[in-house]
Design a protein around this ligand. Structure first.
Ligand SMILES: NC(=O)c1ccc[n+]([C@@H]2O[C@H](COP(=O)([O-])OP(=O)(O)OC[C@H]3O[C@@H](n4cnc5c(N)ncnc54)[C@H](OP(=O)(O)O)[C@@H]3O)[C@@H](O)[C@H]2O)c1
Length: 338
């Protein structure tokens, strides 16, 4: 067994509990340290989770030479600064979604990681689920025919809007597009393996952020996608990918609701066959995939997975175009987002 990759986490964010456990459960990773703006918080977190080192600042953790990789679950507006700083300290980086607050930040982050030969990946877990690979095989085998449409939604309902949540803070990169729509855009790019030529979107603003978004994306070869996201509708997290001969419907693509992850394959007559996948924890897969890549880069001088970086930057680029379209109430050509 190769030496496990040694991880540190920047902040005691809520999501750090889930991903921290995944690092501890992964076969090829060790969770070595946690950092917080507040040393007491870091110490408490380390005690509860059984982590040996804690730091009262993010910089102190980055100065720890024993750490190979960092997980960054900071508010989106802080991703660019801390990804770039992490790269300057020689750390490989798993950064939470949305990868950045805008496209130019995402490009700078990618450039910094490439310059220092360090891996960057966004923390989108569902792409690491075994179900995702099975759905991809079906598409690649041609079971859906020529792809025509992707539709997707990711919403949840806030009965009372929390005042102190990062999602309602514009200055921290809040808003439903970055929080939820990023996943839908990622699913659309994943299905079509292409970028849209142009997009159109409408937004309802509330509490100072985009509270819900509805978007249309036009692709080459008669393909279109639509999605909606928002903080004002019951939990929905589905997509439908349709072609000339069939369609795939997955009603919980971001994270399986049931123990058995499922999706439906519809044939030309509309008959649906359910497919089920058991025993897969997507966040552990994500950590193991990332750690394996870091191991191969360290020990076998393997190059960076540029596809991981490109998909994150491209997702941010499309989100940027969607934001601009909503702001200008106009169709935006992706070629104009540079
Ligand atoms: N992949 C997923 O399934 C998933 C799920 C949820 C969230 N996320 C993403 O993960 C990131 C964090 O989300 P979260 O809900 O876990 O956030 P959260 O609980 O609010 O945590 C954010 C952390 O950032 C640190 N921080 C530094 N400066 C801050 C500031 N000015 N205001 C607030 N916090 C500050 C704080 O840690 P310290 O005080 O310890 O320094 C705080 O605990 C976001 O990008 C979000 O989109 C991903």
């Amino acid at each position: 067994m190769p030496e496990p990759i040694r991880w540190g986490i920047l902040s005691t964010a809520n999501i750090a509990t889930k991903v921290g456990s995944a690092i501890q459960s992964a076969a090829n990773a060790n969770l070595l340290a946690i950092a917080s703006r507040c040393e007491n918080k870091a110490r408490e977190w380390a005690e509860v989770k059984g982590v040996s080192k804690y730091y009262g600042s993010y910089d102190s953790l980055l100065n720890d030479q024993e750490i190979d990789a960092v997980y960054i679950p900071l508010p989106p507006s802080m991703h660019a600064e801390w990804v770039i700083r992490s790269a300057e300290h020689g750390k490989h980086i798993l950064c939470e979604k949305p990868i950045a607050a805008n496209f130019s930040q995402a490009s700078e982050m990618a450039q910094a990681c490439r310059k220092h030969n360090l891996q960057l990946m966004d923390g989108v877990m569902w792409v690491h689920h075994q179900r995702t690979a099975v759905m991809k095989q079906i598409i690649e085998k041609g079971n859906l025919g020529s792809l025509r449409r992707v539709a997707s939604a990711f919403t949840f309902n806030w009965d009372q809007i929390p005042e102190d949540n990062i999602r309602t803070k514009k200055e921290l990169g809040g808003g439903s597009l970055g929080d939820l729509g990023y996943y839908c855009v990622r699913a659309i790019l994943w299905a079509f393996e292409d970028l849209p030529e142009r997009v159109f979107a409408t937004v309802q603003n509330k509490s100072g952020v985009d509270f819900n978004v509805t978007a249309i994306l036009w692709f080459q070869e008669d393909r279109m996608a639509t999605f909606d996201c928002g903080f004002d509708t019951v939990l929905r997290k589905w997509f439908e990918i349709s072609g000339t001969k069939g369609s795939i419907v997955c009603d919980d693509f971001t994270v399986p609701t049931n123990e058995e992850a499922r999706f439906w394959l519809h044939d030309p007559s509309g008959q649906a066959a359910v497919h089920k996948i058991k025993d897969c924890v997507q966040e552990i897969n994500m950590i193991e995939n990332f750690s394996q890549q870091v191991h191969l880069m360290k020990e076998k001088s393997l190059p960076i997975r540029t596809d991981w970086i490109d998909i994150a930057v491209n997702t941010q680029r499309v989100c940027h175009a969607i934001n601009k379209s909503a702001e200008d109430s106009a169709i935006v050509n992706l070629a104009d987002i540079v």
